[in-house]
Design a protein around this ligand. Sequence first.
Ligand SMILES: [Zn+2]
Length: 613
Amino acid sequence: MRTTNWMVTAALLVSLSAAAQQAANSQSPAPASAPDASQGSQSSQQTAAAQPAPAPASQPADVQSAPVAQPLPAPAPAPTTMEDVVNLFIQHEHGLIKMLANRTPIVETYLQNLTLDPQLGPVPSEDHYFLGRMDMGETIDRKDYLKEEEKSMQQRLMGGFQRLYKVQYQPLGFSWMVYADRTDFDRNHYEFRYVRREFLGDVRCLVFDVTPKKDAGRGRFLGRLWVEDQGYNIVRLNGTYYPAPRNSYFFHMDSWRLNLIPGYWVPSFIYSEEGDFSAGAKNKMAFKAQTRIWGYDLKRGNKDDELTQIRVDSVTDETPANQDASPLQAERVWQQQAEDNVVERLVGGGLLAPEGDVDRILQTVVNNLEVTNNIDLPRPVRTRVLLTSPLETFSVGNTIVISRGLVDVLPDEASLAAVLAHELAHIVLGHNLGSKYAFNDRMLFSDDTTYQNLGFRHIPEEEEAADKKALELLKNSPYAQKLENVGLFLKALQARAPALGALLTTHLGNPFASNGTVTRLAALATQGPALDNTKLDQIAALPLGGRVKVNPWDDKAEMVKTAPVAITSARDKMPFEVTPFFPRLSRYGAGAPTAAAPTTTAAAPNPSTPGSN
Ligand SMILES: [Zn+2]
């Protein structure tokens, strides 16, 4: 392994960086190539072979003779040695940490403990869910949205690796790999060894193995980095921390960044997995977990901002000129004001996607139900996407909200229509909740108390009535002939419900199940064929992450475009399960819609890179 024992001055780093940036700007973009879906251990042979071997490291003497404290040099060639590249990505990592220091994105971790099923392989046995705001300043910190349990979670975890990774899952631990090393990512603490070049999506990367130096201390990054070859920013980290303190355990993580703003690659997805199901394996801990980060562009959720965040919209006056509002009109305007307040507040808190493409698809399904049932409401029904994973729907006024996780796992349009029909039924039946939110003082709360301040749960009688009405709406709709698929989905959900308590725990609306038994749309659950894992063409439910992708910077949601990949065994189905992330990387502004994302199974399409802007 090459030793890197020379020092450079900060001034030199700055000038090198400027030169590299200018050189990079003058280059044409890297050619697109077939995505390399291999994990780190497998090489993208043809791209690696096409590149010249890295030049030898420059000598310390050269470095020290370089001009110091001079104005930035004229455009110069891109870094010529791997040593230069290492300096650049170290410097850019520190730049990223600084740029994100005043951000407080949302961080969500969904974890499934695994047990071995002889037919299906590792399957979920129980699950855990964490949602919070992460303060990316000097001390990485978080505020949890879910107060019921784990409230005593350490608020200050900086330097506290020893406490992070105990078997009791610490939510912040799963997002720790947003950076390789927050405080000491430098040549004094690490050795960097160039491995090869490799494409991740459209982006050509230089791959480095990173090992902590002998006396670097505990909890240092050990693993592999992918560095894009134009701006020299880290785009993926894969590995763990080492050495672990006594009585604690470091998870393995695969951490991905996206080029969502010019010049920066922003931490977006982290996949964690542990578990060995080979015969005779001793460590019984087994889980897989997805951590998603979004809401980078949200205002900080602190008290000072609350009053300025709330904008009191003037209510649109829809009455004809020179007429006073009738009592019924006043009631409707009032309800709309409540609805608008709630939608705006949820967007501001990073829980609801801004209006976008997915809404239009949902809207089409709702329209299909309305038109065929001759439903004519005084105001149009709107649809919006909740950005979280737990399976839930709710409605406020005429707005139907459905969670990202639920859209992900629904196998077809008929199943989507069924869950939307339940909420449309509430609206048609006049089960309006939430008019109290027309009072703006009720919107004045900090983001992390959203779940304490908002709620849209109906009484059991209204739930029953909505299910009954939903069935009626569906039977009159274009989905009438496909209700067997809905039955199949509900059966699959029932089969997994006892193990997926966290995924089925709703935070704003009514749950789909209570005590492990699916109650939503129960009349449809008896329809359709029996659930049969051995039938490879029977896809009752999809894995999480397969349909909706969220831009972590601006929270916009769009549909994932994936190419179908054949399912070859029952283990490929993975209903309701988490899978590794493999986003299709592309550079900011590369804009054009991306091709199909690489996936390993049809049932496991992964989120791909959000588009530019
Ligand atoms: Zn309901």
